[in-house]
Design a protein around this ligand. Structure first.
Ligand SMILES: *Cc1c(COP(=O)(O)O)cnc(C)c1O
Length: 397
């Protein structure tokens, strides 16, 4: 089916929640996707930080194929090996002791919010349920997670919102301290704002937040749905800041494209979830867990994680060099393969110009170009991105 026909059917039958690019993707290989007309595009968005291993990674495909034949789904009424093994692997690779599996980022955050409230309720009674989150954060689109999200544009029209959330400016310790009260149960934040424009928190700030939480018995929740799974050069971003959260959520790249989310916590905190307090029909199903386990193995056993860190640095340096040339680049920010450039102008036309040159990039907050390619992107492909961007920006000077 050609793109125009597909567009017509989609607009007629699909609810109108997405502003799609005029491109229909048929297949992918490595860091490239191919459209209905057979044209190749370098994909520097990677399914929005989901396709961490790119497209068609042979080991990932093989393990998914094997699991599809063996068992796609049963339910959480039974034990399955992929579920148990993935939980063990995530616990061994992180600060956490226990895991709850969900099907998306928002669901992982729902679990984290419920867990934090339950823990606080169990330990401190019913009047300590407030969660502080950050301005310009993004935590999802369900009612609780859009309430946690510190952006009114995500919340508008869906009131009444879930009670018990308050927002503070990001990377601002004083503002945070001023807002902590005897009702504060948890502080929830992304170590790098992803949807909020690729803003990196300072290590000093995160350490101070950790100390504040410890001193006041407040839970620290890291939303690593975008920053986790090697995206920033280490398996989890918190590992670069010398601190540990009490709860962490994962999603996006976790399943390499198969939907899965996870909420991880220390033993003490995880104890608040007892039989019947939370659940999910699909959560942690054998197919999703097999995919995630294979993604972890590929990242950890090969050189993939290390190489992605090097490529991230290479991209960052390339973008910094561009900043020297183009005054419309206000700032270059990011870690690993989560990079952004803040522009003094609207980013959308630049995304469209890159698309016309067969390079897919993304824009957040209206004026921040974001680069979240597959972690397997090659240096030569990063060069294609950089020269394309240079070309596009020079034509706009
Ligand atoms: C994408 C994202 C979410 C939401 O994940 P979904 O799978 O879309 O529900 C939550 N938090 C962060 C930081 C994200 O980047």
């Amino acid at each position: 089916m050609l793109t125009e026909e597909l567009q017509a059917i989609t607009h007629q039958y699909v609810m109108n929640t997405y502003d799609r690019l005029p491109l229909s993707i048929v297949r992918g290989q490595g860091s490239k996707v191919y459209d209905a007309e057979g044209r190749a595009y370098l994909d520097c968005v990677g399914g929005i930080a989901v396709n961490a291993l790119g497209y068609g990674h042979p080991d990932l495909v093989a393990s998914i194929e094997r699991q599809v034949r063996q068992l796609i789904h049963t339910s959480n009424l039974f034990y399955t090996e992929p579920h148990a093994k993935l939980a063990r692997e995530l616990a061994e690779q992180s600060f956490a002791d226990k895991v709850f599996f969900a099907n998306s980022g928002a669901e992982a955050n729902e679990a984290a919010i419920k867990l934090a409230r339950k823990y606080s309720h169990d330990h401190f009674g019913p009047n300590r349920s407030e969660i502080l989150t950050m301005e310009n954060s993004f935590h999802g689109r369900t009612l609780a997670t859009l309430t946690a999200t510190g952006q009114t544009k995500v919340q508008h029209g869906f009131e009444p919102l879930v009670p018990g959330f308050r927002y503070v400016p990001y990377n601002d310790l004083q503002a945070l301290e001023a807002n902590v009260t005897e009702h504060t149960a948890a502080i929830m934040l992304e170590p790098i704002l992803g949807e909020g424009g690729v803003v990196v928190a300072s290590a000093d700030y995160l350490k101070a937040v950790r100390n504040l939480c410890t001193a006041r018995n407040i839970l620290l929740i890291f939303d690593e749905i975008q920053t986790g799974m090697g995206r920033t050069g280490t398996l989890f971003a918190y590992q670069q800041f010398g601190i540990q959260p009490d709860i962490m959520t994962l999603g996006k790249g976790l399943g390499g494209g198969i939907p899965i989310g996870a909420c991880l916590a220390t033993d003490t905190v995880a104890k608040a979830f007892t039989y019947g307090t939370h659940g999910s029909t699909f959560g942690g199903n054998p197919l999703a867990c097999t995919a995630a386990l294979q993604v972890l193995r590929i990242l950890l056993e090969g050189e993939e994680l290390k190489r992605s860190q090097e490529r991230g640095n290479y991209l960052h340096k390339g973008l910094l060099a561009m900043q020297e040339r183009f005054p419309i680049i206000k700032e270059v920010r990011g870690r690993g393969l989560l990079q952004g450039i803040e522009l003094t102008v609207d980013g959308k036309p630049i995304v469209m110009d890159c698309l016309a040159r067969r390079v897919i990039i993304n824009c957040t907050m209206g004026h921040v170009l974001r680069f979240i390619p597959p972690l397997i992107i090659t240096q030569a492909e990063i060069d294609v991105l950089l020269t394309t961007l240079t070309d596009v920006l020079s034509k706009r000077q």
